[in-house]
Design a binder for this molecule. Structure first.
Ligand code: C5P
Length: 319
């Protein structure tokens, strides 16, 4: 979402937000020829957001700064990789930018913070540099950067198939559902490790045929609690990585236990490859009340908490 663009120098600077996501559904179907997993997911943006400020440079340099320590701002950072990839695609070598990242989404948390920042960089620099590249082109570049980056380009509520890059937006209605998100700040989980561990333990039950993959996709599309989301019953949240990752990470087991026992909770799961976990509530007031009442329980377990709403609309550009 582009929040602000300096109007007089119409394209000299702009600011975007980059929302985190959670997984309502993460189902691992099988292994692809490229060694990525074939997935069926329902991903959902939430209003826990990083912010990226972009300013044009005339000397062709691409520079990243960040307001927290411990995050590399060098060439390996996904934002910088996105900038170089976009510039290469444009064919204009002297495009430059200063990018300042305000980091709010926890790192290595299963919330796609890095992917969302990369998606914001593609969108922001496409606007800053007046490239006019279409969504389809940005999605192709996004897929080169990471499996979750295409989803993050437009966010909202989407089914994600393939390795995550085949997107089908879904209608969840104007839902008041709120999220209580928790994470131990001292713990992070490597995504390759999580998928590798899952593969070691489950590869015998992988599906192989495209028809079988498609059956599972269709089953997800037809879930009765979708279109719009139906909170009358506890949501059948699913994350296939949860069992294998939580078996190795005690703070995830503790988080899931605390969240599952909160009154009024409508569903509990780990997000992505963890270690973030979340509980769904009927509305934000209930989520905030649960957070406040259990403040001591969360802090004793070393868990940080956030109350968030769902972002159901595609991010829009504001000039
Ligand atoms: O695409 P991304 O960089 O997010 O993937 C990180 C790692 O997670 C991959 O290298 C792979 O080990 C694993 N992964 C996977 N199947 C997917 C997505 C990710 O096995 N669909």
């Amino acid at each position: 979402m582009i929040l602000r663009q300096a109007s007089e120098a119409s394209s000299c600077s702009l600011t975007l937000v980059a929302p985190a996501k959670i997984n309502f559904h993460l189902e691992i179907l099988g292994l692809r020829k490229d060694q990525f997993h074939e997935l069926a997911m329902l991903m959902q943006s939430i209003d826990l957001c990083d912010r990226l400020h972009f300013q044009k440079r005339v000397d062709g340099q691409i520079r990243l700064g960040c307001d927290i320590d411990g995050l590399s701002v060098g060439d390996e950072n996904l934002i910088v990789r996105a900038a170089y990839l976009l510039r290469k695609k444009s064919g204009v070598e002297n495009l430059g930018a200063d990018i300042q990242l305000e980091k709010k989404i926890p790192i290595g948390a299963g919330l796609a913070g890095g992917s969302s920042d990369a998606a914001a960089a593609l969108k922001g620099l496409n606007a800053l540099w007046n490239l006019g590249l279409h969504k389809e082109t940005l999605e192709e570049l996004a897929a080169e950067l990471g499996s979750d980056v295409p989803f993050c380009l437009s966010g909202g509520s989407q089914l994600c198939f393939g390795r995550g890059e085949r997107l089908e937006p879904v209608f969840l209605g104007s839902s008041s559902i709120a999220v209580l998100l928790v994470k131990n700040p001292l713990v992070s989980v490597s995504t390759p490790w999580a998928y590798g561990r899952f593969k070691d333990l489950n590869r015998d039950s992988y599906l192989h045929a495209e028809d079988d993959f498609e059956d599972r996709r269709q089953r997800l599309r037809e879930q009765p609690w979708l279109n719009p989301i139906n909170l009358n019953h506890p949501l059948p949240l699913r994350n296939d990585l949860q069992k294998v990752v939580s078996a190795e990470v005690p703070s995830i087991r503790k988080a899931l236990e605390i969240l599952s026992n909160l009154p009024g909770v409508r569903g509990v799961a780990m997000s992505g490859s963890g270690p973030s976990c979340f509980a769904l509530f009927a509305d934000l007031e209930s989520a905030i009340a649960a957070k406040e009442k259990n403040r001591f329980k969360f802090s004793s377990a070393g868990l940080e908490c956030w109350c968030c709403s769902l972002l159901t609309e595609e991010a829009r550009v504001k000039r």
